[in-house]
Design a binder for this molecule. Structure first.
Ligand code: BTN
Length: 319
């Protein structure tokens, strides 16, 4: 991975929100003004909005609300690792041995954030939440489908606790607001049939997406756009998410999906609406009838209620 250390120092220096001239920054770090200008361009490429005003210098468009390892660890009972720059928080956890269930990894920036179906997850610096939690699921791989729905519900629950309303879920676990995507979940697992499954639960939550972000191929929103209150501190979001997720997973481990079914129906973006499912080259149209106790999507196709499960199904409104 590229060396980001100088850029991180520069970001830290600018994070106060004051104007700093190229000359001041150059002196501080022992480099030329031209080198500072190059690095400023590079941190803009990380997704940070930096103003440049002639005669005054550089300033962040808005102060950064950075994640704080020490404060987070103090508030959480399971281990948390805060990383500035990483390829992918999911990848980081998949490569670690001896993790304890409930351990969390969060990053300010991902160079190779990944989404479902092989897509990229665009991860600008310091603005959103890139979060992974490890969990050892004793019930093994068959229980993993259900858990990914539970995670979506737990995320909605956590955001409601933080004062966000009007959230919806799109099967299996995309979080929407006004038909725009607010958060996505990618559960990656390893394990053998008959054994416990090792899950890495990855969540990307848009908090304060920079206005000019590029590379997202679907309508998106972020908490900044939908929150009616003061901005919510990213550290608070991480704490509430972690507690709510752990709690929901424990309930799922004891009781399965049953206690979550009515909650799912409440948040289902498409309940009783015509949808189409895309499975590779196949397409099925029907009316969405929620989910069953295995987490499969139920569709009234006119002749029958059919259930659909699996990682490659894409849900679209048919209207
Ligand atoms: C989706 O496509 O909707 C799922 C997106 C999941 C993104 C998160 S960000 C943190 C974690 N690390 C990754 O590389 N991906 C997940």
């Amino acid at each position: 991975m590229k060396d980001f250390s100088f850029k991180l120092k520069l970001i830290d220096e600018l994070s106060s929100g004051m104007f700093l001239s190229g000359e001041q920054l150059g002196e501080k770090f022992g480099v030329s003004r031209a080198a500072i200008a190059r690095h400023i361009k590079a941190i803009q490429d990380l997704g940070i909005d930096v103003y440049s005003v002639k005669g005054k210098g550089y300033r962040l468009e808005q102060p950064l609300d950075l994640l704080d390892q020490q404060a987070l660890q103090h508030r959480l009972s399971s281990p948390i690792e805060v990383i500035s720059v990483i390829d992918s928080t999911n990848q980081r956890m998949l490569g670690q041995a001896d993790l304890q269930s409930g351990s969390v990894c969060v990053a300010e920036y991902q160079t190779q954030g990944r989404g479902r179906r092989g897509r990229e997850w665009v991860s600008p610096f310091g603005s959103n939440i890139y979060y992974s939690m490890y969990w050892r699921l004793e019930a093994g791989l068959p229980a993993a489908m259900g858990i990914s729905l539970v995670i979506g519900l737990a995320l909605v629950d956590a955001l409601e606790q933080l004062g966000i309303d009007g959230l919806k879920l799109k099967w299996p676990n995309d979080v929407y607001h006004n038909n725009k995507k607010l958060a996505g979940i990618l559960v990656e697992l390893s394990g053998q049939a008959g054994d416990a499954a090792n899950l890495v639960i990855g969540i990307g939550l848009n908090v304060s997406m920079p206005e000019h972000v590029q590379g997202i191929d679907q309508p998106w929103t972020s908490l900044k756009e939908i929150s009616t209150t003061q901005p919510i501190a990213r550290n608070d979001i991480v704490v509430t998410m972690t507690e709510t997720l752990r709690n929901a997973i424990s309930i799922y481990e004891q009781k399965g999906l049953k206690p979550f079914l009515s909650q799912w129906n409440r948040y289902d973006n498409f309940l009783d609406q015509p949808i189409k499912l895309l499975m590779g080259n196949r397409q099925v149209i029907g009316v969405c009838k929620g989910i069953n106790e295995q987490g499969a999507l139920l569709l009234d196709t006119g002749t029958d209620i059919e259930s659909f499960i699996g990682g490659e199904i894409s849900v679209r409104s048919a209207s």
